[in-house]
Design a protein around this ligand. Sequence first.
Ligand code: HMG
Ligand code: MG
Length: 302
Amino acid sequence: MTVSNRNYPKKVTVNEVGPRDGLQNEKTFISTEDKIAWINQLSQSGLSYIEVTSFVNPKWIPALADAYEVAKQIDRASGVTYAALVPNLKGLQRGLEANIDEVAVFMSASETHNKKNINKSINETFPILKEVGKEAIAAGKTVRGYVSTVFGCPYEGPVCVEEVLRVSETLFDIGVREISLGDTIGVANPLQVQKMLDILLKRFPSERLAMHFHDTRGLAMANVLVSLEMGITNFDSSIGGLGGCPYAPGASGNVATDDLLYMLDGMGIQTGIHQEKLLAAAKFIQEKVGRPLPSHSLQACN
Ligand code: HMG
Ligand code: MG
């Protein structure tokens, strides 16, 4: 399919990653109580998927050191999937104790980012994630897989598509239900996204791919639009545009959920999310982090 075929989908799934991707890089520690209150607001906004925290080493990500308390104490609204990032079996054990619904495993398509982010080579990571996938599925959980640095690496620059395919295929082999393709440092442009998806969609069905755009250079929404035109109906975003990867220099927040919703609503694409409730949750966390967030929708209503 080419970009000129403007067959927009009727419905899109929005995966809210703010409580994890958004907070992991925040200097201000958001109290456990505030995180819980905020996630509960998100649950009430009509979102069907929230990545609530990360069961990584708290020495690496101190902002999410209260992962267990957060996952354990949030309200569980029916129809909402509560997911968390898990890097290894230790993280899985902690996540299972907190009864998360979905395990999100992650790795990079570039060697140096993988090493800096999770202290392992790509080939060392595969068997670890295979065990995590096996154990998670045995415990009755679903598994989602992130591939980072799909469109460029902060250390190595361009990333070869064969590596993206190899990592994606290996993650599908370990049982992930879908893959989220990460533009970790926000370097992608729409033509690059189109070319990458042209290749990936020959190998994997569109229902099994999600896009995860960071907005470092202001192109995330243009990249969402071209992905929609290519048949993708699943997007990660962070409320208020909060966030970034602490092990990816230059990374800033994801495309803002509130801006994404504004665009999808305006285009008549259903998400099930209530604009006003979402904006209220965005204002809440903006006040807690104590600085204006990058979301345009938030600025427009301030
Ligand atoms: P390591 O130091 O190699 O781990 O870290 P280790 O197995 O050698 O263990 C060292 C210590 O860590 C031990 O404790 C372990 O128990 C502990 P000690 O004996 O020294 O007291 N440990 C743990 N503690 C709690 N939970 C765990 C855990 N595992 C080990 N799960 C590790 C390896 C993967 C843990 C570390 O590198 C890490 O935590 N990395 C996480 C980095 C991270 O969270 N990055 C951001 C998320 S990725 C991202 O943002 C990209 C994404 O958004 C997509 C995109 O944008 O592209 C997903
Ligand atoms: Mg990310």
